[in-house]
Design a protein around this ligand. Structure first.
Ligand code: FES
Length: 174
């Protein structure tokens, strides 16, 4: 990925997304509107089917009056942002210490086996992306994963199978 270059890219953000971003901008003093950068990235990512293109990163920079590189730094630091296209559903599996101690390796192996893909890959039908992430703050109920806006905790082979059946049948959003 090349470094995004800002330059009048704001037109890439839809009117609906602008309205959403403006709600976040309004929470901060006018001279601090860049504080809305994380929300803005989330909003335009959703607008774009789950990932951030160079153009959208530059567009957020333009919109918030920030250097493109500063927005790029945020987009590359946090695991909830995707810099490449993803499947319709993204499964983010925590493999950090508590989850590791409670069996995240087994969780990953189960998911990889059933989906026929490795971490970081997307199924051929474009439905599911499997992603490894750092601690998501649900250590007490490890092992866990995130899909869409939902946390699934105390994972077992049965709960994983139920999740995959739902996602492959598109029975749930996430
Ligand atoms: S280590 Fe997995 S949620 Fe904290």
């Amino acid at each position: 990925m090349s470094l995004p270059v800002s330059g009048a890219e704001s037109h890439l953000i839809t009117a609906a997304s602008c309205a959403e971003i403006d709600k976040w901008v309004a929470k901060y003093p006018p001279e601090r509107k860049q504080s809305a950068v994380m929300a803005a990235l989330r909003i335009v990512q959703e607008q774009n089917g789950g990932w951030l293109s160079d153009g959208l990163i530059a567009a957020v920079a333009d919109y918030l009056g920030m250097p493109a590189v500063a927005v790029y730094e945020v987009a590359t630091f946090y695991s909830m942002y995707q810099l490449e296209p993803v499947g319709r559903h993204k499964i983010s599996v925590c493999t950090n210490i508590s989850c590791l101690l409670r069996g995240s390796e087994t969780v990953v192996a189960h998911l990889e086996r059933r989906l026929g893909i490795k971490l970081g890959e997307t199924t051929a039908d474009g439905k599911i992306t499997l992603k490894e992430v750092e601690c998501l703050g649900a250590c007490v109920n490890a092992p866990m994963l995130q899909v869409g806006k939902r946390y699934l905790e105390k994972l077992t082979p049965e709960t994983l199978d139920a999740l995959l059946d739902d996602l492959q049948g598109d029975q749930v959003n996430g």
